[in-house]
Design a protein around this ligand. Sequence first.
Ligand code: UT7
Length: 321
Amino acid sequence: MSIRIVGTGSALPERKVTNEEIAELVDTSDEWIRERTGIGSRYVSTKETVASLAADACVRALRQAGREAEEVQLLLVATCTPEDALPCMACQVQEKIGAVNAVAFDVNAACAGFLFALNTAWAYIASGIYENALIVGSEVLSKMIDWNDRGTCILFGDGAGAVMVEKCTQGGVLGFVQHSDGKKGAVLTCGSRQLNNLYVKSSEGESYVQMDGREVFSFAVKQIPLTIQQALEKAALAVGDVDLFVLHQANKRIIDGIARRLGVDISRFPMNLDRVGNTSSAAIPLLLDELNREGRIEKGQIIVLSGFGAGLACGACVMEW
Ligand code: UT7
């Protein structure tokens, strides 16, 4: 028993922000950002929330799958930027789309979050607990970014991507690998609420994303090729069998480096980071939805999904479309 994707959907905020606009805020340039990251623009929320973007993406995925919201049994939201601590984003999305029969909860594994949620859904469905799941990666990173820090504010964007999955007996997910390394947690952080109670009075204000970009860069380029190889081994496939590598959209140079290490032509690594930036857990399903809607994925093709980020965490999934 496995799972296969039967519908995809995505949503972006209305407001697009170009590199030139960012260069008005910090000491950078369109040329530097494009050369070092491949990013040309990103979307920034003015009114959209994690839950509203997620709900829009979910509705589109359901529509494409030809399913009603009431049919969803498991609803997972992968996010590291929830607006509220309670209730969880998944329950808010459930309410917005009317998925009244779903069990709903959030998964946070930062930029690997969508993959970890997909694997969670696979585990529930393969063990016979549920028959389908709606999985969405949704982020409003713009509220966690220090807009004075040129090392991070150039990279991130807001958005959501969703997939509807159902149990299947042939094809679908063929192999999965996940890794977490908490020892390297300090290289990408965003503090949250301070301890402030009867006994402790916190004096610290709000905190924003802090990143050692070079460390994350080298982690991704070294670890992701190995992780992809491990997932392919589980699926009894080789790199040459893969039609498309749909990777986390962090930096074009990271993707180039991974392609080189795997010995695969870069044309098999589709990208949309030039238009949407790094949208963390939304990046993989957003790109998947674009490819699917443009008819760039054909039935029977072998697709590798792979994500990496804060934790540090990473994962890879091999599937037959
Ligand atoms: O989703 C997963 C999370 N994050 C990532 O995947 C990010 C991974 N890392 C990266 O993408 C890259 O490390 C960055 C794009 C963040 C930075 O690129 P880099 O090539 O690693 O630059 P660097 O940090 O080594 O900095 C090189 C120079 C420095 O100046 P000096 O010290 O050589 O004079 C920086 O101060 O570039 C400078 N710099 C900038 N210059 C213009 C850093 N950011 C900028 C900027 N514009 N935005």
